[in-house]
Design a protein. Structure first.
Length: 651
């Protein structure tokens, strides 16, 4: 099986971070919703009170109406002399009124729960908005090196999918946790007030349930982190393959990419199944244990009520705590045997007790049901916070703005390394006067682009110094420096907006006439005017509706408009045909006039007129000088130049 691409390989065995620390850091982004959170908590407490009231009202209705009627009707016997009781109109109205009251209590409880959920949903979405904004802001301020070593698909997954997972976990889990806590406490109090012995039986199994759940949760939590990492890797792989689809097709690599995709997809599926299946197993397990607990409680309660059976001494009088539901007053004068009064009381209490037991177990079931969302949210929070905690590009405390740039660039024993103790540039020295044209040549990987990245402060030098107009680049603010540098890259990037806006991006205060003038200087005006909407033509997906050469011309026009004192051209004409290159070379010469220019060139014919050529090999400048001087030396540059023109090889 072909190996998966190097950018797609990410270690998946990282240990989960501390949950408390993750929650504490996450809470920072929800700090503006404290009042809404407090109101939601109060609503959940009121909803819990109404739910408790509903249970007690149930007990009252059973003891006052349902059970007395059932007991008396079922026990009526002509030979026993027990009368048949008729509630009458007022009794019926009273019964209906209490049923309506119970319905109102349930509606109020559910309505408060809905309102609480709505407030927490607004809170979670608002916090997600803040967090998403923080992630995007951080990404804009992070060093370029982070993006060079992190797959873009993984960055997208953290910025969108993971933030959404956090919001869902907040709205689904946090919205009920306080209600659950209040219900557990309230139900335990009621159960002990009704019958302490039965209450002990009810709660003795809870630690066992919790222990089983906690053990399973500890085992399954890392798999949610792996699931999200696998998703990020897969997103990156898909994005890279879509971007490189032409190359994949050209080199007949579709089958290989399908195999690689299948491997990554299998990894994601495996982690997802383990994470989700394990948490899904908890729900039926807890329901089974809760049902068994309910059966045991009902059996013990019934046994306690009817212990000794119905004999001449009547029903055994068992102490049922401090809460009592007394039958209606008329039953005491109705000639009903006292044993029926006792059974009415105890049956009502048992019904209320079992309702309390149900409400005690429901929070545990709901918690287990939310575990998947909760763990997914925690895993996503760890990944998002990992981005937010990344260091940003920071200037030195005494860094200054460039007032007026002349374009003097000087390197003094400059060193650089991407990875510690693995130098990429070693002892680089050059002196570029204002308005000079400097060419950087050398084999691929020699360090040409790295020098450009140091001039723009995309990376910081690790040794020596680099000066702009005599000021150490360490003492210059990045924004001020980049304001005075224009780059035209080999890989052109255009935004999905109009051609005018893409050129205008070079200088936002430029007028439309200046944009058109820049396009004319770049020889782009003619092809732009041939488009259906001219400068108002909207570009698709990085300008895919234009040719590569046309995209390059727009990038050059953007450079003309920026009017910066330092210009960097990274093989800016590499995608332009020979005829267009000849036409544009004059315009490029005009662009570089009165500006310090750095040219990374593979076609050595384009740099013959450079004021200085820096020949770079294995991270060192091995030669420098003008074209004719270097040819006469018959050194490394002469070898490059002659090999290119004799063998047609571009360096």
């Amino acid at each position: 099986m072909p190996p998966v691409g190097p950018r797609s390989i990410v270690k998946l065995t990282s240990k989960p971070t501390n949950i408390k620390e993750t929650i504490r850091e996450l809470a920072f982004y929800y700090r503006n919703y404290k009042k809404m959170f407090i109101v939601a908590v109060i609503l959940s407490l009121i909803a819990g009170i109404t739910a408790t009231s509903a249970i007690l009202l149930n007990g009252y209705i059973y003891s006052e109406f349902i059970i007395p009627s059932t007991v008396i009707s079922g026990s009526h016997n002509p030979s026993s002399g027990i009368p048949q009781i008729d509630y009458g109109v007022f009794g019926l109205i009273s019964f209906i009124w209490f049923c309506i009251s119970l319905l109102i209590v349930y509606l109020v409880s559910n309505g408060l729960n809905w309102l609480e959920s709505y407030l927490l949903l607004k809170m979670s979405e608002g916090g997600s908005y803040t967090l998403r904004d923080a992630v995007f802001t951080k990404l804009n301020r992070m060093p370029i090196g982070y993006f060079d070593r992190t797959p873009s698909g993984d960055i997208m997954s953290r910025s969108i999918n993971d933030v959404d997972n956090i919001g869902q976990a907040m709205s689904q889990y946090l919205g009920s946790v306080f209600y659950w806590i209040f219900m557990v406490v309230t139900m335990l109090i009621l159960m002990f007030l009704i019958n302490p012995i039965l209450a002990i039986f009810a709660i003795v199994l809870i630690p066992i349930f919790l222990f089983i759940n906690i053990m399973i949760m500890k085992k399954v939590r890392p798999f949610f982190g792996k699931q999200q990492k696998s998703l990020g890797i897969l997103n990156g792989f898909i994005e890279e393959n879509i971007s490189g689809l032409k190359i994949i097709s050209l080199f007949r690599m579709k089958k290989d990419t399908e195999i690689n995709f299948a491997e990554l997809n299998k990894d994601l599926t495996r982690n997802s199944i383990v994470a989700q299946a394990t948490t899904n197993m908890l729900m039926p397990l807890n329901i089974f244990m809760n049902n068994m607990s309910f059966v045991v409680l009902a059996a013990i309660g019934a046994f306690g009520m009817f212990k000794g059976g119905h004999n001449n001494q009547g029903w055994v009088n068992i102490n049922w705590g401090v809460i009592h539901f007394n039958p209606p007053s008329w039953i005491y004068t109705s000639g009903v045997d006292p044993q029926f009064i006792s059974i009415i009381q105890k049956t009502s209490l048992l019904i209320v007790f079992t309702l309390c037991a149900r409400n005690l177990n429901n929070p545990i079931n709901q918690l287990v049901a939310a575990l998947g969302s909760l763990f997914l949210g925690l895993a996503s929070a760890e990944r998002v916070l990992e981005v937010v905690k990344q260091p940003i590009e920071q200037d030195e405390p005494d860094a200054q703005d460039l007032k007026e740039v002349y374009g003097l660039v000087e390197a003094e024993h400059m060193d650089f390394e991407y990875v510690p103790k693995k130098p990429v540039l070693k002892d680089i020295n050059f002196y570029v006067k204002p308005q000079q044209i400097v060419a950087l040549v050398g084999p691929t990987g020699a360090g040409k682009t790295t020098i450009v990245n140091l001039i723009t402060k995309f990376y910081d030098i690790t040794g020596g110094d680099l000066k702009i107009d005599g000021i150490s680049i360490k003492k210059i603010k990045r924004e001020s420096l980049r304001k005075n540098i224009t780059m035209v890259l080999q890989d052109t990037y255009l935004f999905s907006t109009t051609i005018y806006e893409n050129i205008h991006y070079g200088r936002l205060n430029a007028t439309r006439s200046e944009v058109i003038k820049a396009a004319k200087m770049a020889r782009a005006h003619n092809f732009i005017m041939q488009l259906p909407k001219g400068y108002d033509t909207i570009l698709e997906d990085n300008g895919s509706n234009l040719s590569q050469g046309e995209r390059q011309l727009l990038a050059i026009a953007r450079a003309f408009l920026s009017n910066s004192r330092i210009v960097i051209l990274d093989e800016a004409t590499s995608s332009i045909d020979t005829k267009t290159e000849i036409e544009i070379q004059n315009a490029m010469d005009e662009l570089m006039k009165e500006r310090t220019s750095f040219i990374i060139a593979h076609r050595l014919s384009t740099i013959k007129n450079a004021d200085n050529i820096l020949v770079i090999k294995q991270g060192r400048i091995v030669e420098q000088g003008k074209h004719d001087e270097l040819i006469k030396r018959k050194g490394f540059y002469a070898q490059l130049y002659n090999s290119q023109f004799k063998k047609g090889i571009e360096i």
